[in-house]
Every structure is written in structure tokens, then in C-alpha cells.
Design a protein around this ligand. Sequence first.
Ligand SMILES: C[S@@+](CC[C@H](N)C(=O)[O-])C[C@H]1O[C@@H](n2cnc3c(N)ncnc32)[C@H](O)[C@@H]1O
Length: 271
Amino acid sequence: MSANPFLDPTLVHGDLYRGDGRLADRTHALHRAKISGSDVADTIAGLLAARVPAGADVLDIGCGRGTTTLRLADRLRPRQLVAVDASAALLRTTRDRLGATGALGSVVCADFHHLPLPDSAADAAVAAFCLYHSPTPDLAVAEIARCLRPGGAAALVTKSLDSYAELDHLVQAAGLDPDATSRPSLYESFHSGNLHTITATHLTVLDIQHEQHVFHFADATHLARYLTTTPKYRITLTGGILALATTLKQRLAPPPYTARSTVSYAVAVRP
Ligand SMILES: C[S@@+](CC[C@H](N)C(=O)[O-])C[C@H]1O[C@@H](n2cnc3c(N)ncnc32)[C@H](O)[C@@H]1O
């Protein structure tokens, strides 16, 4: 087992994304807490809309629950939109969400290191918050480059190594995980600091943008809801969110609890 749960294949292809509940709960807790930072799906769609004509063939790699996929469908009006993920459960959610909005799109269950797509099949590709699950993200970038037409554009998106580090200190201070601050960043394989270098292994980088997002968890229950969705900590307390919230309330200074994360975007083209 890897020391980093985001790089542990048994977790990534097992508990983490077996259903869509954990990801939905995490996204919901973060959205509620966010007090600054642009909508990521909107930003991605905007970056590609500036470079990709309507009627393009578009891929959303590691699509998860399809939040970005839906935005791409709306903003880019693609001819073909293919959402790819290794999780069959998340693909069902993406397919259902596409269907509910009447957007055109298909889903493909595949590993992003071996995309079952022909060479030069797409005008644009997105890989948002997924390549940090690969110990070799450069190989996934090579696959994305292979699937793009020459001149086709990619938007690769990730977070900074120090994302949510404030929460490590809170978890440790509350006595819930004595090693919380010494665990590796979940984003260590693909992060804001190596985004440019890894993207440039197989694509020509046109632009890198960084934006800090700030989160205020309004109370201990809100913080507990988020903490139960992150695999970073080894919290042995039983009793679920209620028990965790009670402990946080007893042991920490009053809320709000603040955390930060830098979201980084690379826009690149296949030479
Ligand atoms: C945090 S979610 C990101 C979802 C989405 N892109 C977003 O921005 O909301 C990470 C996704 O990467 C997928 N994933 C992880 N490893 C993968 C692999 N080797 N091949 C394909 N998908 C993978 C997971 O199943 C999960 O849906």
C-alpha cells in the first residue's frame, strides 16, 4: 500500500470512487465552504472556448461525476463529447446528469494511461483533478497528446502541494491523528509546482494560471463533514460525523476554520 492514499491503486480503483457518495459529499462540503475562487468548471470551459471552435470533438478525462463534462457540453457545443473514467459508478452519474440536461455525450470506462481511442481523434481534452492519482502522470499526458489532433488543445488542472494544509494542523491539534502534518500531500505526483514540467513532456504549454481558493468551514459539523471525505487522515474515533464534530468543538478554538488551496490550470497544444 502506498503511503499516499491518492496513489494507492487499491483505494483509487476501490473505496475512493466505487460509488459517487464520497466525491459528492466532499464537493458539497467544499462548495459550501468556499468564500473565494472562481468556479473551476467554468474556468476550464472558458479557457477552451477561447481556443476551440463550436462543433469540436472533446474529451473529459477522469470526468468523475461529470461536473466539468456538463459545462463543456453547454459552453463548447461539441460535435462529440466523450467522458472517460476508470469508475463505472461515476460514469453512470455522468451519463445520468448529461441525460437529465439533454446534453449530447457518451461515456467510456478506461484507464487514462491506455485510452481506447484512436490517434488524433479529438480537438480538445480536459484532465481535471485526476492526474494526481497516477504515479506516472507524464504517461497519461502522452496518451492525451496521442488522442489530440495536431494543434488540438488540452486543459490540465490540479492543486498545490499545500492544499488544505491548515486542516492537517487542526486534525493534529484536536488529537485525532498525531501524524496529520507529516503525511505526504495527496497531490504529490501532479501539482501546481510540477504542472508545467509534466505537461511539457508531450505538449507545448501556452499558459499556466494559478488561483488561490479560500474555504471557511462555518462550524465543527461542517468541518467534520469534509474531514470524513478525505482519505489523508487516520482517524480512529467511532461515531461518525456527530462524534467527530463533538470532538472538534471540544478541542479546537471556535470557528470559522479556514483552509486554502491553489488551483492551477495548464493550457497546452499538441505540436
Ligand atoms: C477527484 S475526481 C475528479 C473528477 C472531475 N474531473 C472533476 O473535476 O470534478 C478524480 C477522478 O479520476 C478518476 N481516475 C483515477 N485514476 C484514474 C485512471 N487511472 N484512469 C481513469 N480515471 C481515473 C477517478 O475515478 C475519479 O473519477
